[in-house]
Design a protein around this ligand. Structure first.
Ligand code: TEU
Length: 684
């Protein structure tokens, strides 16, 4: 259905991309998304509303939006991948993923940098936790301008992390324990030290010149003139860098050394498919695809709209965050890279089956399609469905980043995250995805401060509140329908750091931002305060394995020296404590393995409106196995809503001590303790 030049708001809203765009603007403004479904508003014409909102959205908003809508399907038609029955279910539907940040996980050789042997040494920890699949942040050879997200060689391991042999041993070590392993595929850009880029700038008119976005300066220019367009880098300044040797501008949406690949070039796409196949044959089970929604840029790379740039913070973004050929590229990569041909030689190793008693069985036949997990910043719920809906054959799962910050907030703001927003967001997401769709559920990663600390603020050092919130967040990730991605440290309640000097930060994004804030005239304290709340280093500090110097992470000097000292929040201290955050994760994962309803049941949400209580009922297909999960979203005791279910039997609860729910209890009392979590079976 063509929308014409001036559709009504309701027509824009009926388009998946239109709906997400409207939601995004409202979220940014801190407005309710229901504002737009008001009949008065929804019958207005887009250009009328855009004119009224012009001070905020600028004069070209309607044109830019219509251009974006025209690039994508106007309805989400997702086929069902499950119509043939449960045997068709892909393994990742009910898997628990665990993200390892290798630099900070475990250092086996004392150089202060985590490495592959260190991961191998801790595989039993992950198996005991119940992890089904590891995702490793980048380990490929890299000059590390952006901690490995700038790849120099896609077929070699970063020397400080080990060798290809170590990686083979790690793959085998995972598979032997019944766990899969995926890597990070960073192919929106390469390092400027990659051989392709070096060849491109040595001969911009040669075969590699077209691998990147290289643009000549205007006649007589030497790079001092304006760059080819007004796009800016996520890490500050223009997205263009002048390469004197080539007399060309080169596009970099991230750091200066992260050069954007030109996906319009079929040779680039073939190279990427080849890399994927190469790793698949080595036993890698799939990839998380870094900023994969940025790969298709609007031809001609036109200027971004200034007002949209100001609204979203990044001029140019509307021309690449959901580009015209994105669906085509992903579908092609799925076929050419991720899908096995029957004639392909078998991978070096495959995962062993894991039995209910945790023992392992025979190696499984290779997966036909390696899992594709998309990192998709800026993509809303409907766009996510266009990318990963069942039967779309693009991505399998996507991360929706709207979960991370409340209305009108961005990562750099110093504020307390409201769990009631999380509830709203999750219910909205759950109710809009198709019955066979699956979303990735994540709250922490290597790019964000810890959710636990955003919720608790300075109270994150109070061990009681800290444990309770860690368990509450785990319950959300592990029992709402979706595929959980735990990030290292979540299983022990890791919290943010108390950075008090810029010298403690290592991340290029923070250091660039700090320099810009100083240049803008802020004093040292102001610039630091503008960086610390959102600093990515918070989640990148070494894993705390045990108390004491080095925390069992290293015998040397850790590359990121700021590890908090509070006691009780290391693996060793929590290992044998039945009430610890670690035990809770382990118990909950075991429970969801035993009762598939918890991992893959149908959900309904009673009492959606409560700002204090969040609960859901999970039921299996014939409604015989039913579970109730309830959370107290507040730091006070609350009265639970009037009993809406009959008898229950508590299976897992988060608070220790008299007066709280414990497993085996059949009657849930009227009260819930601060941040309490209760998982109960409904016995009718
Ligand atoms: O992140 C992409 C991204 O958009 C953000 O999450 C990013 O951390 C930052 O907020 C941009 O302002 C991915 C990786 O996860 C990140 O570590 C890399 O730095 C980035 O891509 C570039 O490869």
């Amino acid at each position: 259905m063509a929308l014409g030049d001036n559709p009504r708001i309701c027509e824009v809203h009926a388009h998946p991309v239109g709906r997400d765009a409207i939601d995004k603007v409202l979220l940014q403004m801190g407005r309710s998304r229901h504002w737009v479904t008001n009949p008065l508003v929804s019958s207005l014409r887009l250009r009328t509303v855009a004119r009224l909102a012009e001070p905020l959205v600028g004069p070209r908003f309607a044109d830019a939006l219509l251009e974006l809508l025209a690039d994508h399907p106007s309805v989400v038609t997702t086929g069902s991948s499950r119509t043939q029955g449960r045997s068709e279910d892909p393994w990742w539907r009910t898997a628990v993923f665990y993200q390892v940040y290798p630099r900070s996980f475990a250092d086996s050789d004392g150089d202060g940098i985590g490495d592959l042997r260190g991961i191998i040494d801790h595989l039993d920890h992950l198996r005991d936790l119940g992890v089904d699949c590891l995702w490793l942040s980048p380990i490929f050879d890299s000059p590390n301008e952006d901690a490995g997200y700038d790849v120099r060689d896609y077929r070699a391991v970063m020397s400080e992390m080990g060798t290809l042999d170590d990686l083979d041993a790690l793959i085998a070590g995972c598979h032997e324990r019944g766990m899969r392993i995926i890597l990070d595929l960073v192919v929106n850009h390469t390092s400027h030290e990659h051989a392709w880029f070096q060849a491109a700038i040595a001969d911009p008119d040669g075969p590699y010149g077209d691998y990147y976005h290289l643009r000549p300066g205007r006649p007589g220019e030497d790079g001092t003139g304006p760059p080819p367009n007004n796009w800016t880098s996520f890490f500050g300044g223009s997205a263009w860098r002048w390469i004197p040797q080539a007399r060309r501008w080169a596009l970099h949406l991230f750091a200066e050394g992260q050069m954007d690949l030109n996906w319009e070039n079929p040779a680039v796409r073939a190279e990427v498919a080849d890399i994927v196949q190469w790793w698949r044959s080595r036993g890698i089970d799939g990839f998380r695809l870094d900023v994969i929604n940025y790969i298709s840029k609007r031809p001609g790379l036109p200027d971004g709209d200034e007002a949209i740039g100001a609204l979203i913070g990044f001029p140019g973004i509307e021309h690449y965050f959901f580009g015209p050929r994105l669906h085509e590229y992903l579908h092609e990569l799925r076929g050419a890279g991720f899908t096995r041909d029957d004639s392909d030689p078998p991978p070096t190793s495959t995962v062993r089956a894991r039995r209910d008693d945790q023992s392992v069985g025979e190696p499984q036949p290779p997966d036909r399609v390696g899992v594709m997990v998309g990192e998709t910043p800026g993509v809303g719920i409907e766009m996510g469905r266009l990318l990963s809906g069942a039967g779309r054959e693009e991505l399998d799962l996507v991360f929706n980043f709207d979960v991370l910050d409340g209305p009108g907030r961005i990562r750099w703001d110093d504020y307390r995250y409201d769990l009631a927003y999380l509830k709203d967001f999750l219910i909205e997401q759950q109710s809009r995805i198709g019955a066979d769709d699956r979303v990735a559920l994540f709250l922490d990663n290597h790019d964000n401060p810890r959710m636990l600390s955003k919720v608790l603020g300075p109270r994150d050092r109070d061990p009681v509140a800290r444990s309770a919130v860690a368990k509450l967040l785990a319950t959300i990730q592990l029992t709402l329908p979706g595929t959980p991605f735990l990030y290292q440290g979540q299983e022990i309640g890791a919290a943010d750091q108390r950075f008090d000097s810029i010298d403690q930060l290592r991340d290029v994004e923070s250091l660039n931002r700090h320099r810009e804030l100083l240049a803008d005239g802020l004093d040292a304290a102001g610039a630091l305060a503008g960086v610390v709340p959102g600093a990515r280093d918070h989640a990148r500090v070494p894993m705390r394995w045990q108390p004491g110097p080095g925390h069992g992470f290293t015998t040397g000097v850790a590359w990121q020296p700021s590890v908090e000292e509070s006691s009780g929040f290391t693996v060793e201290e929590q290992q044998d404590d039945p009430d610890s955050v670690l035990s809770f994760h382990r118990d909950l994962i075991r429970l969801r393995r035993q009762h598939t309803t918890l991992a893959d049941g149908a959900v309904r949400f009673p009492d959606r409106r409560s700002r204090r209580w969040f609960g859901w009922v999970l039921a299996d297909r014939d409604g015989r196995d039913e579970w109730l999960v309830e959370l107290n979203l507040t730091d006070r005791r609350i009265r639970r809503p009037r009993h809406f279910v009959g008898r229950t039997e508590v299976e897992l609860a988060s608070l220790a001590g008299p007066g709280f729910h414990r497993p085996g209890v059949t009657r849930r009392g009227p009260w819930m303790g601060p941040y309490e979590t209760v998982i109960a079976r409904i016995t009718h």
